[in-house]
Design a protein around this ligand. Structure first.
Ligand SMILES: Nc1ncnc2c1ncn2[C@@H]1O[C@H](COP(=O)(O)OP(=O)(O)OP(=O)(O)O)[C@@H](O)[C@H]1O
Ligand code: SF4
Ligand SMILES: [Mg+2]
Length: 381
């Protein structure tokens, strides 16, 4: 076997580095993933690009769950695939325990891949129907035999079945012999096989019945505590994301537009897009529904191949003004909230961010202050 390069040796040393709970384990900086749009049959010419992920930055901390929400096509799965190294990034950095993983190859890349695993959306199509559950869960050991040497594999797979709440005797069954919830448990067991530190869950419960969703979410939470896992949890359903997440990031057309703790995002959203998404979440409590107004977003999500100038949300934003078309708002704590002891002081990419109580969480459904303090810059909805 070839001698490891200096970069590989350095990365392997980093892999061993313990990370304290709460420290960043993954740092994403200005990450971009553009898919080229080409024309022509024999000679292909690039005529543009789908900007699926366009300058996304965030930290994932050890032991936390970061929820990612946003409408279909906003780039959630692409972001996950780039972090998993299933797609190469167009630009930007991904730091794993402080080390840039771009350009890493060979053994070092294999080692990082081992530590970042994924659980996919559809338990019906993501499991090979011709393989037994034992082979599906044990497949990662073929690439990483050091985790479970050949003689120990059956026992390792049975232990994993037990950990995810399935009978270890089911090891020789096929995927079609399981229900949707059980299949997702198999997917989770496979994700855990290599003892990863990070699991990226891409809509892990969207394809399941509501009654089964809670069981799978509870299992994920239990496993997180047991193995000190860090999760990135992608979903459409804002209620589920709130239930499981410590922090939440909201994506729109390839960009993160707001990020904060679950309290900051759900009770003090300052970005109009987050406010619109939250206003559509059903509230079971009739008192909470009182005085609540649904914000209807006009039009469809624009094409990521040709995003609007300035703020990408402006074509659907009920607060848009001229400035929004010419100046792109950056994801930062709005100036007028900086230094204030308020949950509204979190990162939001809006020129006119204001704390609005969309779900009536602060009582009476009353809105927050006139955040930009100008007494009237915000236009009528
Ligand atoms: N391989 C690809 N080639 C070209 N465009 C792609 C490719 N993969 C994704 N896209 C485009 O990138 C954008 C983001 O897609 P992505 O699947 O990441 O969205 P998503 O937020 O996961 O959506 P959903 O909620 O429906 O799963 C979409 O416009 C999609 O059409
Ligand atoms: S910057 Fe303008 S268009 Fe964008 S979200 Fe804020 S108000 Fe709306
Ligand atoms: Mg997706």
């Amino acid at each position: 076997m070839a001698e490891p390069t200096a970069a590989e040796v350095a990365i392997e040393a980093v892999m061993e580095k313990p990370v304290e709970r709460g420290e960043p384990i993954l740092q994403v900086r200005n990450l971009e993933k553009y898919f080229p749009l080409t024309q022509g049959i024999l000679i292909k010419r690039q005529i543009g690009a789908v900007k699926a992920v366009d300058g996304v930055s965030f930290d994932l901390h050890q032991g936390e769950t970061l929820g990612i929400v946003g409408e279909s096509g906003c780039g959630k799965s692409t972001l996950a695939k780039v972090l998993m190294n299933l797609e190469p990034a167009t630009a930007g950095q991904v730091l794993y325990k402080g080390e840039d993983i771009a350009g890493v190859s060979g053994r070092a890349l294999k080692a990082i891949r081992r530590n970042i695993q994924m659980v996919f959306q559809d338990p019906y199509t993501s499991l090979n129907p011709r393989m037994t559950v034992g082979d599906i869960i044990g497949e990662p050991f073929e690439i990483h035999p050091e985790v479970a040497p050949k003689g120990d594999r059956r026992k390792a797979v049975q232990d994993l079945l037990d950990v995810v709440g399935l009978n270890p005797e089911y090891i020789n069954r096929y995927p079609h012999q399981f229900s949707g919830g059980q299949r997702q448990r198999i997917g989770i067991a496979r994700g855990l096989a290599l003892k990863p530190e990070i699991i990226i869950c891409d809509e892990p419960v969207s394809a399941l019945d509501v009654s089964v969703q809670a069981q799978v979410i509870n299992l994920l939470e239990q496993l997180q505590n047991e193995f000190n896992l860090s999760y990135m949890f992608i979903a459409h359903d804002l209620s589920i994301v709130r239930h499981i997440s410590d922090r939440v990031g909201v994506m729109y057309l390839g960009k993160l537009v707001e990020i904060g703790t679950d309290e900051e995002i759900y009770e003090h959203p300052t970005h109009p897009y987050t406010q619109a998404l939250l206003s559509a979440v059903p509230v079971p409590d009739p008192e909470g529904r009182e005085g609540r107004e649904r914000i209807i977003l006009a039009g469809d999500i624009p094409s990521p191949a040709n995003p609007p100038s300035g703020c990408r949300f402006r074509t659907r934003c009920f607060k848009a003004q001229e400035r929004c078309a010419v100046e792109e708002p950056l994801l930062a704590i709005p100036e007028w909230f900086r230094g204030q002891d308020t949950p509204a002081a979190h990162e939001s990419a809006c020129h006119f961010a204001e704390d609005v109580d969309v779900v009536g969480a602060k009582g009476n459904g009353a809105n927050g202050s006139d955040a930009n303090g100008d007494g009237g810059e915000t236009p009528e909805a």
